[in-house]
Design a protein around this ligand. Structure first.
Ligand code: EPU
Length: 424
């Protein structure tokens, strides 16, 4: 198993190019199951999660191949199988996104019911209720969600909780349903908007994406298309914090600053100099230390839960006391215990972490527990005194393309090495 070894203390300086968004690419790939044919998806990041989705597609009867750097060709012509097996769904929860597209495309889906994960229980009750409202017959059998969609028809669906995956699944099922669907309390995330845009390019009739109410008029068929994935806003945010925590000076290229307004506001409040310039962000931290800021995660356009761990890393070395409250997932503070091993002063009370900034962290061996927690440990390692070893970095490979290469280019001392120890 690989680990990262980081020698902290280098200021990050230079330019970094942002990859395509993982959380946009996965539903876009799922959408190709709605209509048989050949698709080209551009700006797809090379990530473990994308490989897992490709494996799932192979099982379903689709062919997925890289035809150029960043371009995936997806041929769903031969898709006949509608069973997403446990072995793949357990590797990646986002496999559940084929629930909506198989339902819409094949009118039948049998998808392994995803279990809990490190950050929370993450039920899919709202996906199921939405599909039932669309006239589907849904049963849970032997660990699988079995959807029969012979009578797929539009409906008014109101989500009790805003759900990104739920909104995406229902949108995908509804585009080929008879009649009109109205989704209330829909997720407004840029990834949901990206999916709506691709579906519209395929001929779907959708209005209101990016607002709380999405209206969909079902059509009889769609057309395969070419589509380009939006830049990864969480990768963008992670590099911004890497700049802040190392008191660096970087230019982030190929990003969409409009997608991370809540984060940019907080980083400015913390003392970072940030200039937006089209698809670039120029960022520098000229102050000696960031000032503490309070954070509360929220659905988009609020502060993203996927940036909570990373901003906590920044707050561990800030001036003052910061309160960080996580409201989306019930167990997304596992990084706090690891950051403490590096000398951070963090007290977790319920879903709030009280972080008292210290002058300096010290390198340590730490364990990555989930994707964004892993990113926060890298950030802490970049500023810590001495050597940090991060074990279990396979979590990072799920969601950050070539992170060590990008960080090295900015001057970080980070190496991927085989871990021969017992702790991996
Ligand atoms: N929820 C329910 N019932 C449901 C669905 C969701 O109670 O049927 C709850 C969840 O338990 C959670 C909240 O609603 O408390 C929001 O969950 P949501 O459905 O929005 O999350 P998701 O679609 O499973 C996506 C991202 C996550 C990101 C969240 C929130 C993908 C593939 N995943 O998950 O990304 O944290 O939205 O923004 O898009 C990550 O990239 O590290 C990651 C975890």
């Amino acid at each position: 198993m690989d680990k990262f070894v980081i020698e902290g203390g280098e200021r990050l300086i230079g330019n970094v190019k942002i990859s395509g968004s993982k959380n946009a690419a996965l539903p876009l790939l799922a959408a190709t199951l709605l209509q048989k044919g050949v698709y080209e998806i551009e700006n797809v990041p090379k990530l473990k999660d994308i490989n897992t989705m490709s494996k799932l597609f192979a099982v379903l009867g689709a062919k997925v191949q890289w035809i150029k750097e960043g371009v995936l060709q997806v041929d769903t012509t031969g898709v006949e199988n509608y069973v997403a097996p446990y072995e793949l769904v357990k590797q990646m929860r986002a496999s559940v996104l084929v629930l909506g597209s198989l339902t819409g495309g094949l009118k039948r889906a049998v998808v392994s019911y995803p279990g809990g994960c490190a950050i929370g229980e993450r039920p899919i009750n709202l996906h199921i209720q939405g599909l039932q409202a669309l006239g589907c017959d849904v049963t849970i059998k032997e660990g699988y969600v079995d959807v029969n969609a012979k009578k797929l028809r539009g409906a008014r669906i109101r989500f009790d909780t805003t759900t990104v995956g739920g909104t995406e699944n229902i949108m995908m099922a509804a585009v080929l349903a008879k009649g009109e669907t109205i989704i209330e309390n829909a997720a407004r995330e840029p990834e949901v908007v990206d999916l709506a845009r691709m579906l519209k390019k395929m001929g779907a009739k959708i209005e209101g994406e990016g607002t709380e109410i999405i209206k969909i008029k079902g059509v009889d068929e769609l057309t395969p298309c070419k589509y380009t994935v939006i830049p990864d806003r969480i990768e963008t945010g992670t590099f911004l914090i890497a700049c802040g925590i190392t008191r660096g000076n970087i230019v982030i290229e190929g990003c969409n600053p409009g997608h991370i307004k809540a984060l940019l506001d907080k980083l400015k409040e913390a003392g970072m100099d940030i200039t937006e310039d089209g698809d670039k962000i120029k960022a520098s931290m000229t102050k000696k230390r960031a000032s503490a800021v309070d954070i509360k995660t929220a659905p988009y356009p609020g502060f993203p839960t996927d940036m909570q761990a990373q901003i906590m890393a920044l707050m561990t070395v800030s001036r003052g006391v910061s309160a960080i409250t996580e409201i989306i997932f019930e167990n997304r503070m596992m990084h706090a215990a690891e950051l403490r091993r590096m000398g951070a002063d963090i007290k977790v009370i319920g879903n709030t972490a009280i972080v008292r900034g210290v002058k300096m962290l010290s390198g340590a061996k730490v364990m990555a527990t989930d994707l964004r927690a892993s990113a926060s440990l890298i950030l802490a390692g970049l500023t810590a005194y001495g050597k940090t070893e991060i074990l279990r970095i396979y979590h990072l490979d799920r969601g950050y393309e070539a992170i060590e290469e990008k960080l090295k280019k900015l001057g970080a001392k980070i190496e991927r090495v085989k871990d021969e120890g017992l702790g991996a």
